[in-house]
Design a protein around this ligand. Structure first.
Ligand code: WTA
Length: 657
């Protein structure tokens, strides 16, 4: 049996949900958008770009002559911050709320578009005063507070390039990112509030730049958030507030070339060294704004939009700091964790601000599912009309729970597939058009061309599985890896001739809808059969006993790889669950029933927690270490570094099956 044949036989959902006629009628995206984009793809994108304000209009849409280095709208000029702020104020929307900020301790702050514009202008003047000029890099290491967005907007307003480093990264990771980008200024805060406590940030910056490790840094700007004590280096450190106080309110934004660098965002690859993914100005904003408006059906004057991502990740760039502001949206930002002070916090925020569009990650959805609807039922979630999912495949059970419990069985769910590298959403249903299927990301958005190919790079047919590739350049594509053009070509363009390889496995169902199967390094090969970790996890989670599951391929002498599963059992079911050996047997049979005997896990470990990064991604590498019975690797990027001790300690006690 070929490996493709195996994928073909894997089960998938056949349910689908049609949009309501009422939703479709007033939806931003109308069905002709697909034909229009196909009829003239480049003109379609040029028209989208023209919805922005260009200080110098472009005459050329795409220059692909030096592939894979694309130039979009190359002779045009625009200012991203002007497009996100000034133009809305000039159009008379200065009083519209841009940000509702909810601090974890319960403090709040509201910024209108005019307020935000003034803050960004002042911050731009502060940076200019510190000698930051167009093209210079600025590192941002902040909690999820309005100043993070103000800082990002201010940096790009003056044509400088930001590198936002997620606040959960260590001093070492911060240092290597500052060094790689040779950042001139670091913007940080004393700390932020997380899980009911002040969590310090400034010490990591101090440590990162200590002993001359980051000689490029000439100043550190510090926002006072928690009021905790900070060590002070008077030759570098400046309080944000004091600097903001003494600069002018006025700053006239100048246009920059469409291909001017906008930001760098580091993402981990298969090697140890993180890659600085480079995005540029015009194409990035075009696709971030277009997708934000059409995929989430944003009606800017009415909707309250909330994306729960931190600005430290690409989702927090495209769908917090840029897309929503470019579209004049009103959005909520929240500083803390979903369980602070209790698991009702998010739903309290939805109720309080009447959130109508919610964009979050499957891992969060599954956590809420685990807690159960006893929490959500205390809140009025009736304002919600569109739900989004991003970051990993959403298993059908979580999708259904999201739909029924959060979306009152009416809000369309958009499962959006994209990457740091793609800059914006690439594959997703469009609400009001697509008949959504639980667990499928479905189709390329208008203007995007994808192809699922086999090992030889040939397009596969509906009903088969293979590798997800992107076959035509797109406006918000990465323009390279900072300082390493060769690595850019090698990583993304060498596997399949002329195609961008995304690193994800995918299959097309009989309708031609796309189902993501996880990174190909997460696709296992058992006795020559290709199996997806995602699909087995999904099967496990579909059993009533299981709250969460992670599957890895462990080396196996006989079969090449073997399926090893780690499961967290559902608290509410504990009374019905027998011994661990029985549970394991039941779950193995369940997987066999759902997918086939080939997919049955060799071993199932019952655990209390799974090792996750702060962004919620399961660290399969660490689970593979456990499964293959070798010392656990580097755990520093885990949200909770003690999780692996708990797992291995328990297993060594002989508690596993
Ligand atoms: C995965 C996050 C399935 C995928 C925006 C991709 C998804 C990687 C989905 C990029 C989805 C993201 N369904 N898988 N809807 N969205 N992924 O760079 O493996 O943090 O390659 O960007 O996340 O992760 P990144």
């Amino acid at each position: 049996m070929s490996s493709e044949h195996e994928i073909e036989n894997l089960s998938h959902e056949s349910r689908s949900f049609a949009p309501s006629a009422e939703f479709s009628k007033s939806a931003i995206a109308q069905p002709n958008i697909y034909q229009d984009s196909k009829a003239n793809r480049l003109e379609f994108w040029a028209d989208r770009a023209r919805e922005l304000d260009w200080s110098k209009p472009f005459t050329q849409t795409l220059d692909w002559s030096n592939a894979p280095f694309a130039k979009w709208f190359a002779d045009g000029e625009l200012n991203v911050s002007y497009n996100c702020l000034d133009r809305h104020v000039e159009a008379g929307f200065g009083k519209r709320v841009a940000l509702f900020f909810e601090g974890e301790p319960g403090d709040t702050k509201v910024y209108t578009y005019l307020d935000l514009l003034i803050e960004v202008k002042k911050a731009a003047n502060v940076l200019l005063k510190l000698g930051v000029t167009a093209g210079d890099r600025v590192a941002i290491y902040m909690p999820m507070i309005p100043e993070a967005i103000i800082a990002m907007q201010a940096v790009v307003r003056i044509g400088a390039v930001h590198s936002v480093v997620f606040g959960g990264f260590s001093a070492d990771s911060l240092a290597s990112r500052i060094q790689d980008a040779e950042a001139k200024v670091v913007i940080t805060a004393d700390g932020g509030f997380r899980k009911g406590k002040a969590s310090a940030l400034k010490p990591a910056v101090d440590e990162a730049i200590a002993d001359g490790k980051c000689p490029s840094v000439t100043n550190v700007l510090v926002v006072k958030r928690t009021g905790q004590d900070v060590a002070w280096n008077s030759s570098l450190d400046l309080w944000w507030d004091e600097e903001m106080h003494v600069v002018e309110n006025e700053h006239v934004a100048q246009g920059f070339n469409a291909e001017h660098p906008l930001f760098i965002l580091y993402t981990s690859g298969t090697t140890g060294k993180p890659k600085g993914i480079l995005h540029t100005t015009g194409g990035y904003l075009t696709q971030a704004a277009f997708t934000h408006k059409n995929v989430f059906d944003l009606h800017a004057a009415q909707d309250i939009y909330w994306c729960t991502a931190d600005v430290g990740w690409i989702t927090g760039h495209s769908y917090v700091a840029y897309g929503p502001l470019a579209n004049g949206a009103t959005q909520v930002i929240y500083e803390g964790t979903p369980d602070s002070p209790d698991w009702g916090r998010w739903w309290d925020i939805v109720q309080k601000y009447h959130v109508s569009i919610l964009y979050t990650a499957p891992t969060a959805i599954r956590s809420f599912m685990k807690i159960g609807s006893s929490v959500t039922k205390h809140y009025d979630l009736s304002s919600i009309r569109v739900l989004g999912s991003v970051g990993e495949s959403i298993n059908p059970e979580a999708w259904m729970w999201y739909r029924e419990v959060i979306g009152s069985s009416k809000a369309p769910i958009v499962d959006t597939w994209w990457q740091t590298e793609t800059g914006a959403i690439m594959v997703s249903p469009l609400p009001g058009i697509t008949h959504t299927k639980p667990g499928s990301a479905q189709v390329a958005i208008p203007g995007i061309e994808i192809s699922v190919v086999n090992d030889e790079g040939q397009e596969i047919q509906a009903g088969h599985g293979g590798y997800l590739t992107i076959t035509e350049p797109w406006p918000s594509m990465l323009r390279g890896i900072w300082g390493d053009p060769e690595r850019f070509k090698e990583t993304y363009w060498s596997r399949f001739e002329g195609k961008y390889f995304a690193g994800d496995g995918a299959k097309l169902d009989e309708d031609g809808d796309l189902w993501l199967l996880g990174r190909v390094d997460d696709v296992m090969n058992v006795s020559g059969h290709r199996l997806s970790t995602t699909e087995i996890e999904s099967a496990l989670v579909s059993h009533p006993f299981v709250a969460e599951a992670a599957v890895v391929g462990a080396k196996d002498e006989t079969t090449g790889q073997a399926v090893v599963a780690f499961v967290i059992l559902r608290r509410s079911q504990l009374d019905h669950i027998g011994s661990e050996a029985d549970t394991s047997k039941i779950l193995r049979e369940h997987v066999a029933k759902e997918i086939g005997a080939i997919a049955k896990p060799r071993t199932i470990f019952v655990v209390a927690e799974l090792p996750k990064t702060r962004s919620g991604k399961i660290m399969r590498r660490l689970l593979r270490d456990v499964a293959e019975d070798r010392p656990i690797g580097d755990v520093t990027t885990l949200a909770d570094t003690s999780v692996m001790d708990t797992i291995t300690g328990r297993l060594n006690d002989g508690a596993s099956d």
